[in-house]
Design a protein around this ligand. Structure first.
Ligand SMILES: C[S@@+](CC[C@H](N)C(=O)[O-])C[C@H]1O[C@@H](n2cnc3c(N)ncnc32)[C@H](O)[C@@H]1O
Length: 322
């Protein structure tokens, strides 16, 4: 247990250093003496904190000064749209969930709106140049799907969260129009704000709704479903709603996110904790691309193909034309 405490202490130290403004200061070169003088903390204490942060890879030790490592600098700057507070929020959420793991079935609280927002923020990149490059590479692997985005869609994005995929895609394709469906009001509100920040609010209709109640028929040429976050009991009805909403010949894209482990090695503790976190929320964790293809087939989709991409394996399937 003392070994595990190391991670907990590091999280607390990073949180405290962030709150006290040290991380922001360490975006520029700074000596321990300078940091001591601006913070009012003794030079020895500052050196001891920096020694921990250096050995954890948070800070780099130069000849005479210290500064954040490139990865932490990007995190503090929020370069991807996911910043230190967001990551710490995700850690808190996982902690709160794990603490409930031994409660009798039925007495476990599902994440509330605020917690759902923390999770969505932790996943939702902003439409930064890096995110645009990643999604650009992804769409390069998906010729016909990409062509339809280029031709204006419309795109149905299901389980939009705060819009990592949706808003980045809208900024990549100028003429694209889209509907984003998000069931948690707090998350949908943040999606709306981010759409305005990204300058695409006039091309996206954000609907605060459970995807299962979508009544659109034959409207969309493409759909992206963030399937991994949907509770098992909602999957079949969600797929049926997407099938209805797509035009004949429309394409559905899903991503294999936590593939089942294969091979002789035992799953890692990290993997087991992830499974606990998601299964506790009734999420069908660990579906392979082949499982996703079979699920789509059962809903009526055909011409399924599995594509390797920079974001892992993707499954593209078609609503039959006739
Ligand atoms: C975390 S987001 C996924 C990431 C997001 N697509 C992105 O790129 O940023 C998944 C979202 O699906 C939403 N969701 C889950 N079940 C849903 C349902 N039945 N209808 C609509 N949204 C749902 C969750 O509230 C969650 O915010």
């Amino acid at each position: 247990m003392k070994g595990w405490a190391e991670g907990l202490e590091l999280i607390e130290l990073v949180r405290a250093a962030h709150r006290a403004g040290w991380l922001e200061r360490l975006r520029d070169d700074m000596s321990a003496a300078e940091l001591a003088s601006v913070t009012g903390v003794s030079a020895e204490q500052v050196s001891n904190v920096l020694a921990v942060l250096v050995s954890a890879g948070v800070v780099q030790d130069g000849e005479k000064s210290f500064r954040l490592s490139p990865a932490f600098d990007a995190l503090v700057a929020g370069a991807s749209g996911v910043d230190v507070s967001t990551v710490l929020g995700g850690v808190e959420l996982a902690r709160a969930q794990v603490a409930q793991a031994v409660r009798p079935t039925g007495q476990q609280r599902r994440p509330d709106g605020e917690q759902a927002l923390r999770l969505a923020r932790d996943w939702g990149v902003r439409a930064t140049p890096g995110a645009r490059q990643l999604y650009g590479m992804l769409y390069e692997t998906l010729g016909d799907y990409r062509d339809r985005l280029e031709q204006g869609g419309p795109l149905l994005d299901v389980g939009s969260g705060v819009g990592g995929a949706l808003l980045t895609t809208l900024t990549l394709f100028d003429g694209l129009r889209a509907v984003g469906v998000e069931t948690v009001p707090e998350v949908a509100a943040e999606l709306g704000r981010r759409a305005r920040d990204a300058g695409v609010a006039d091309r996206v209709d954000v609907r605060t709704a459970d995807a299962r109640v979508l009544r659109d028929e034959s409207i969309f040429t493409v759909s992206y479903w963030a399937q991994v976050f949907f509770p098992a009991e909602a999957r079949a009805d969600t797929l049926a709603a997407i099938f209805r909403a797509l035009r004949p010949d429309g394409l559905l894209l899903v991503q294999e996110l936590f593939p089942p482990e294969s091979g002789p090695e035992e799953p890692s503790t990290r993997t087991r904790l992830d499974r606990l976190f998601y299964r506790q929320q009734h999420i069908a964790w660990g579906m392979s691309a082949e499982d996703l293809a079979a699920e789509g087939h059962a809903a009526g989709f055909r011409d399924t193909r599995i594509v390797a991409s920079p974001l892992g394996r993707l499954v593209v399937m078609r609503k039959p034309a006739g």
